[in-house]
Design a protein around this ligand. Structure first.
Ligand code: ADP
Length: 834
């Protein structure tokens, strides 16, 4: 159960109610909504579009009418005029050809063509009749002209044919003339010669003289006729080809004179029977020359006149066609004029249509823009956007979002519905909040900006008794500060004072531990958290109150436990430190023990070597003794020089012994802990030298193979300890080959690459024997301390164990490389140093 100090809904109630009221008010009579408005707008735009189409249709109709009229009335006339012009032109071109025809066939063909063109012209004239006044008479005149021209040409051709025939006759007459005149001339010549003969012989009578004179006159006349006849023939023939009447006149003059002369000469022959036929031929010739009807010049004259008439007719023809063309041109001009008028009318119609279309398109556009901008954008879209924003804000939880309610259309209905939705959401949210707050496991209270408690949930009521006068929800509202202890109250008051002094919207938060006054008069430790929030645009503070009783107890318990644990841990820590110190001491002792052990092992080895070393020293000692004895004797005999030589040998032997003992001393001394570069060969030789006697006695062959003779192999080691390892390996190898049939020891050293995990070069030293192999399974146990297979007193089982550790200290590895009946090989790998 909650204690509501002040009702939470009324804040937005009035606004909500007002909006709802107005929304309700709109659901009444039928109204002019979005659908009707948009419908009206689209109808307006559509009407404008239809009007534009109608205007366009009308103007195109007008244009079409004008074009039709043009096509119907003027285009055919234009076409006919063009054809008329074409036919006229063709007639002009053809008429001269007709006039110049050489044969009748040619003339007939051309006349046919002209006839066709003329009838085409007539047809066109009939077709165009109404349109071109005065065209028919011109065409008729053209027809007459062509008929006349045809007649003229025909006449000219007839005359030409007759002329040709006359020329033909002239040719025959000329031949006859020549046939007649030549015998006459020959006769006359004979008669004259005969008479002349008589005259010359003196026998001529008067009769003969007369005859002679007569013959002479005749022959002269004949010769004259021959000459003039030939001339006349030439002139007649020429007349047939002369081109102008003037030339014909000149020619006629000559011809008349020649004809006169011929007639005169013919008179001279009139009584002469032989000249009769010549006279007839000449008469015919004269007929051809002068005959008014069949005479060649007359025919030619007539022919020329006919041709001239033809030319006149041709000129006339051209004139008529020019007239025709003039008429056509006028017609074409008229049509052109009409066409221009029609084009102007069409352009007018187009311009009008264009302007009208443009105007109606502009008006449509304006209406559409006005509808889109003023109504759709500024009214619908902006309201829809605001409504969408409001809906989104409400969906996102902002229940105070502003809902646009203006207008009397479907959008305002949507806004009203959204308003109802928002109010419902607010109610549901508040109910939910109330339920959450009531069931919250923490005390929750709400105060105003001055710290006055407006609301508490049951848990908070149990912690701070928010109402003066009891916890039953009936008392007056209290201040949060008054429900806390003095310190808490002071801090809460300071907080709210800071809130009222501070800038709007940046209220601080508060978290304090205080003591609350319970409704039963007791106190309780509470954690008080104060946080600002805004409810319906007003500053409010949510106060969380957590009962700290249990938490403080738990904290105290925890602190106690921590203290106890800390003490225990301190004790354990001290123990551990002591154990570590003990461990370090033990380790130090172990190291020392190990060093001792190494030394002991070395000394043990030395002990084993002692017999051999003793024998090694015994030999030079016995020799020294012998040289000393002999020396004394030689000195006694005064052979000082020989004695001196003996002493020299003694000195050499002493030096060799000193060498051996020095080496032993070096081997026996405690090794240096520091590592460095140790040259391998001297160490191997030193180790071998300790076994010189034993090797000889036991007849063991030693094969020493050191790779890279040029550059001595150096390894990272300490000299004494390395020698100790090698002494141990050699000692074991000698023990192993002791009973073997073949007794061989191979010592090989070579530089190798370091194996896995290692960088740089290494040196691998192998000590291989021909012994029976290692009698241990697994083989690795030979490295365990005190493992030995040798009889008591001969082996301690420490040699390999110590060697293994020494090599490991060098950073190297000692291992069994091979073991079997053929022998054993130990591999010692050390870091190579330059
Ligand atoms: P010890 O020589 O005192 O026995 P080591 O630790 O030197 O002690 O050797 C342990 C054992 O390893 C030897 O007793 C022997 O059985 C075996 N061993 C060592 N070297 C060889 C070898 N070269 N051939 C055969 N067995 C060997």
């Amino acid at each position: 159960m909650s204690t509501l100090v002040q009702p939470s809904l009324p804040d937005g109630g009035q606004e909500g109610n007002g909006q709802e009221g107005s929304a309700r008010g709109r659901r009444g009579p039928r109204r002019f909504g979005i659908r009707a408005r948009l419908f009206l707008a689209f109808v307006a735009v559509a009407v404008l579009s239809v009007a534009a189409c109608a205007l366009g249709w009308l103007s195109y109709d007008r244009l079409g009418g004008t074009l039709d009229e043009f096509a119907e009335s003027h285009l055919p006339a234009l076409g006919l005029a063009a054809k008329l012009a074409e036919e006229g032109g063709a007639i002009i071109a053809t008429a001269p050809i007709l006039a110049g025809s050489r044969t009748e066939d040619e003339m007939d063909a051309i006349r046919d063509t002209l006839g066709r063109r003329l009838s085409a012209l007539r047809t066109l004239t009939d077709a165009i009749e109404g349109g071109v006044p005065g065209l028919r008479p011109v065409v008729d005149a053209l027809g007459r002209n062509l008929a006349e021209l045809d007649g003229t040409v025909r006449q000219r051709l007839t005359l030409a044919r007759r002329n040709q025939e006359a020329i033909e006759r002239l040719r025959w007459l000329h031949a006859d003339f020549l046939d007649e005149i030549e015998p006459l001339v020959a006769d006359a010549r004979f008669n004259i010669q005969s008479a002349l003969y008589s005259v010359e012989s003196g026998k001529a009578s008067a009769e003969q003289v007369r005859i002679l004179r007569e013959e002479n006159r005749r022959s002269e006349a004949v010769l004259q006729i021959g000459a003039n006849g030939n001339l006349a023939v030439g002139l007649i023939a020429r007349a047939a080809m002369l081109a102008t009447p003037e030339m014909l006149d000149d020619n006629a003059g000559f011809l008349d004179e020649t004809a006169d002369r011929l007639q005169r000469d013919l008179l001279a022959l009139s009584n002469w029977p032989d000249g009769v036929s010549l006279g007839q031929v000449v008469a015919q010739l004269l007929g051809l020359a002068r005959g008014a009807e069949g005479g060649v010049p007359a025919l030619r004259r007539e022919e020329l006149e006919t041709a001239a008439r033809g030319q006149v007719l041709l000129a006339e023809n051209r004139d008529i066609v020019a007239r025709l063309n003039g008429l056509i041109a006028r017609q074409v001009q008229a049509v052109e004029h009409d066409s221009r008028a029609a084009a102007a009318r069409s352009a007018q119609a187009v311009a009008f249509g264009r302007t009208a279309l443009l105007a109606s398109a502009v008006v449509s556009l304006l209406v559409a823009v006005l509808v889109a901008w003023l109504y759709v954008n500024r009214n619908l879209i902006s309201r829809l956007t605001r409504l969408g924003d409001a809906a989104r804000a409400i969906a996102a939880g902002d229940l105070k979002a502003d809902i646009p309610l203006g207008g009397r259309d479907e959008l305002s209905d949507m806004a009203a519905a959204l308003l109802v939705f928002r109010d419902t959401a607010i109610a549901v949210e508040e109910a939910n909040a109330q339920a959450i707050i009531d069931n919250a496991q923490a005390g929750l209270a709400i105060t105003d900006a001055q710290g006055m408690i407006e609301f508490v949930n049951p848990l908070a009521a149990a912690l701070i008794a928010p109402l003066d006068g009891g916890g039953d929800g009936k008392g007056a509202a209290a201040r949060l500060a008054d429900r806390l202890d003095a310190d808490g109250a002071r801090r809460v008051e300071a907080f709210f004072a800071q809130v009222s002094a501070g800038a709007e919207g940046i209220a601080p938060t508060l978290s304090i531990l205080a003591t609350g006054r319970r409704p039963d008069g007791g106190t309780v430790p509470v954690q008080v958290g104060v946080r600002p929030f805004r409810r319906r645009r007003q500053q409010r503070f949510i106060v969380t109150l957590t009962d700290m009783t249990e938490r403080l107890e738990a904290q105290h318990l925890l602190e106690r436990t921590v203290r106890e644990r800390t003490t225990d841990l301190q004790a354990t820590n001290d123990r551990l430190e002591r154990a570590i110190a003990e461990h370090q001491r033990t380790e130090r002792e172990l190291r020392e023990a190990q060093a001792e052990l190494v030394q002991a092992g070395k000394l043990a080895a030395l002990g084993q070597l002692a017999a051999g070393v003793g024998h090694e020293l015994n030999q030079p000692l016995a020799a020294i003794r012998s040289y000393a004895h002999n020396g004394r004797k030689l000195i006694g005999l005064g052979r000082v020089e020989e004695a001196g030589a003996n002493l020299g040998k003694i000195a050499d032997l002493t030096a060799r012994m000193a060498n051996i003992t020095n080496h032993l001393k070096r081997f026996a001394r405690r090794p240096d802990a520091r590592l460095g570069a140790v040259e391998l060969e001297p160490v191997i030789q030193g180790a071998l030298s300790l076994f010189g006697n034993r090797l000889r006695e036991e007849e063991v062959a030693v094969d020493l193979q050191l790779a890279e003779a040029g550059a001595p192999l150096r390894v990272r080691a300490e000299e004494v300890r390395l020698e100790q390892v090698l002494v141990n390996l050699l000692s074991n190898a000698l023990d192993a080959v002791a009973g073997a049939p073949v007794r061989r020891i191979l010592i090989r050293a070579e530089a190798v690459e370091k194996g896995e995990g290692g960088e740089g070069e290494a040196v691998r030293i192998e000590v291989r024997d021909s012994g029976p192999g290692i009698a241990a399974d697994p083989v690795e146990q030979i490295f365990d301390p005190f493992f030995t297979t040798k009889p008591v007193g001969l082996g301690l089982g420490l040699g390999l164990s110590i060697s293994y550790n020494i090599v490991r200290d060098f950073g190297g590895v000692l291992s069994v490389a091979e073991s079997g009946p053929g022998g054993t090989a130990f591999a010692l790998t050390l870091t190579r140093l330059p």
